[in-house]
Design a protein around this ligand. Structure first.
Ligand SMILES: Nc1ncnc2c1ncn2[C@@H]1O[C@H](COP(=O)(O)OP(=O)(O)OP(=O)(O)O)[C@@H](O)[C@H]1O
Ligand SMILES: [Mg+2]
Length: 402
C-alpha cells in the first residue's frame, strides 16, 4: 500500500489516527470538568500504566477537552531531580495567558503574574541579583509576600489559590497536566498533594491531572496518606480486541483499505493490544501489503520489520540507558520471568539468589533502574518491567553486551 498514505503513528506521544478504547476516560473527565465548574467537590484524575499504553496521548486529549470548555491549561513533563517551581511557573503562565483576554480587570492579571514570577524566582539560588535577572518571559516585576516563602508547600497553595481566583473571575477553571508524575521529587509531590487537598476543600476551580507509571499511586500515598481520597486513579491498559481492531480498521477505512478478519487476528496476537505495538505493526503491515484487502500473510511478512524497528526505537533506546550492572539485573529478571513468558513481577530475593549476591548489594542497581523508569516496584519485595514485552526482548538478545 502507498507508504505516503500510511495512517499509523508509532512514537512517543504521537497522536494516533484513531483514539480507540478510551471513551470511558473521556466521559469521566467531562464530568470532572462540569462538576468543578459548578463548584462541586471532585477528585483529581491520575492515569497510570506501562510504557507505550497511551498515557501522554490521553493526557493531551483531556487537555484539548478542557480547552474546548475555555479552561486555561498548562502541561508539565516532570523529570527526576527537577523541582516543580520552574515548570509550574511556565505552565500557569500559559494557562493565565489563555484566560487574560477574557478578564475585565487587567491589573488583577498583572497582580497574579507578579506573584507567579516571585514563585518562580525562588528556583534561582539565594542571590537577589541572579533572581532579578531570571527571565521567565513574564514582563511584570515580582511581587513580595505571597508564594515566595521558599517553602514549596506554602507557596504552591498560595499560587494555585490565586490562579483559581482568576479562573473564577472569568467563570471557568484551570487544569494543570503533569506527565511522568512519578518523577516529581518527593518534597514537591507532597506539596502538590497538600495544595490539591486545600483547593478541593474550598471548591476552587483548579484541577491537577497526572499521568505516570504503575507505581505512581504508591509514590503519592507515601508522600501523603490522604492521597488515595484526593485522586481518582485510572489504570490505562492495553486495548481489548474490539478497540485494537478499531484502532487499525478505522484509519484504513478512511483510505479505502480493509483488513481480512484473519489479518486482524494475527495483528492482535503480535501486538497484544498494546497501543504502541498496534501502531508499529499496523504501520509495517501497511507498507508491506501489495494490495487491498490486507491479509494475514502481509502481517507475517511485515512482522520482522516492525520488530526490528521496535528493537531500536522502543526497546533499544531504553536498554542503552542502563549501565552494565543494571543490564545484568534486568537480564536476570527477564530470565526469571520466562517461566510463563508473561513478564510478571519477580521477587527481588530471587534475583539476588540467581546472581549469587546479597539482596542489599543489588539495591543500588534496582533503585537506579526505578529512577530511570525501566522497572517499578508495585508490591514490596518485587519488581516488574515498565516496558511491555521487555523481558521477551531481552531474552531474544545475545547474552553478551555488544
Ligand atoms: N487509544 C489509542 N488507540 C490507538 N493508538 C494509541 C492509543 N493511545 C496511544 N496510541 C499510540 O500508542 C503510542 C504510545 O502512546 P503514548 O506515547 O501516549 O504512550 P505513553 O503511555 O505515554 O508511553 P510512555 O510511558 O513511554 O511515555 C503512540 O504511537 C500512540 O499513537
Ligand atoms: Mg508518555
Amino acid at each position: 500500500m502507498d507508504p505516503v498514505r500510511n495512517p499509523y503513528a508509532p512514537g512517543a506521544g504521537q497522536r494516533p489516527p484513531e483514539l480507540a478504547g478510551r471513551d470511558r476516560e473521556l466521559e469521566m473527565f467531562e464530568v470532572v470538568l462540569e462538576r468543578i465548574a459548578r463548584g462541586r467537590p471532585e477528585r483529581s484524575l491520575v492515569l497510570t500504566g506501562l510504557r507505550g499504553v497511551g498515557k501522554t496521548v490521553l493526557l493531551n486529549t483531556l487537555r484539548s477537552q478542557a480547552i474546548g470548555r475555555l479552561w486555561g491549561t498548562g502541561k508539565i513533563e516532570a523529570r527526576p531531580d527537577q523541582s516543580l517551581r520552574r515548570p509550574v511557573t511556565a505552565a500557569l503562565h500559559m494557562a493565565i495567558r489563555e484566560l487574560a483576554p477574557r478578564h475585565r480587570a487587567p491589573d488583577r492579571i498583572d497582580e497574579f503574574l507578579g506573584v507567579l514570577r516571585a514563585f518562580g524566582a525562588r528556583s534561582v539560588p539565594d542571590n537577589a541579583k541572579l533572581r532579578d535577572r531570571w527571565n521567565p518571559g513574564i514582563d511584570v516585576p515580582a511581587a513580595r509576600g505571597r508564594a515566595d516563602s521558599g517553602d514549596i508547600e506554602i507557596d504552591l497553595v498560595e499560587l494555585l489559590t490565586d490562579a483559581a481566583g482568576i479562573a473564577t473571575d472569568v467563570g471557568t477553571g484551570i487544569a494543570l497536566f503533569i506527565d511522568e508524575m512519578q518523577d516529581v521529587p518527593a518534597g514537591d509531590v507532597s506539596a502538590l498533594c497538600a495544595a490539591c487537598h486545600e483547593l478541593s476543600q474550598t471548591g476552587a476551580p483548579l484541577v491537577v491531572v497526572g499521568a505516570g507509571l504503575p507505581h505512581l499511586p504508591a509514590v503519592l500515598s507515601a508522600s501523603k496518606s490522604y492521597s488515595e481520597r484526593l485522586f481518582r486513579y485510572q489504570r490505562i491498559d492495553r486495548l481489548d480486541r474490539l478497540a485494537a481492531d478499531r484502532a487499525l480498521s478505522a484509519p484504513a477505512a478512511r483510505e479505502g483499505v480493509e483488513y481480512e478478519p484473519k489479518a486482524l487476528d494475527a495483528l492482535y496476537e503480535t501486538s497484544g493490544g498494546y497501543p504502541y505495538f498496534v501502531q508499529a505493526y499496523g504501520k509495517a503491515t501497511w507498507d508491506h501489503a501489495p494490495r487491498n484487502p490486507i491479509t494475514p500473510g502481509d502481517v507475517r511478512v511485515a512482522a520482522p520489520d516492525a520488530e526490528a524497528e521496535l528493537a531500536v526505537g522502543f526497546f533499544g533506546s531504553r536498554y542503552e540507558r542502563a549501565t552494565p550492572a543494571e543490564r545484568e539485573y534486568m537480564r536476570t529478571m527477564a530470565a526469571l520471568a520466562e517461566a510463563d513468558d508473561m513478564d510478571t513481577a519477580v521477587a527481588t530475593a530471587e534475583i539476588a539468589k540467581a546472581l549469587g549476591r546479597k539482596p542489599a548489594s543489588l539495591s543500588p542497581a534496582r533503585d537506579a533502574l526505578i529512577k530511570k523508569g525501566l522497572i517499578y516496584s508495585g508490591e514490596r519485595g518485587a519488581v516488574a518491567f515498565t516496558v511491555p514485552h521487555f523481558g521477551r526482548y531481552l531474552r531474544s538478545q545475545p547474552a553478551v553486551d555488544a
